[in-house]
Write a protein that binds this ligand. Structure first.
Ligand code: SF4
Length: 104
């Protein structure tokens, strides 16, 4: 089965872990926890923004991060992602995309 996801990227055969990982746009995430709530595989956690991630934010991103307590979603168990796409649909900030894992 082929499912269209964010920005034209398509994932085939959703259901097997290790084929894709979720990537979070740090300039968009507002720690609203929708991904934490919907992920069936407990991939996400809301954590304090890491220093390197904060330094890389745009000016607007820094202002948004400050407004939201400098906390964001992190894919702490990305290897458990089954490519179901629920987090992409749930994120109100359109901050998540799935990226293929390179073949070993
Ligand atoms: S695509 Fe599905 S399994 Fe993967 S992180 Fe998002 S909600 Fe979890």
């Amino acid at each position: 089965m082929t499912a269209p996801l964010q920005r034209g990227f398509e994932v085939t055969c959703a259901g097997e872990p290790g084929r894709v990982v979720p990537v979070i746009d740090r300039n968009r995430c507002e720690a609203k926890e929708a991904c934490v709530q919907v992920c069936p595989f407990d991939v996400f956690e809301i954590r304090p923004l890491e220093a390197g991630d904060r330094a890389a934010l745009s000016l607007l991103g820094k202002m948004k991060a400050w407004a939201h307590g400098n906390r964001q979603a992190y894919a702490v168990r990305a290897v458990d992602c089954h490519a179901c796409g629920l987090c992409i649909k749930a994120c109100p900030e359109h901050a998540i995309r799935l990226v293929p894992v390179p073949a070993p």
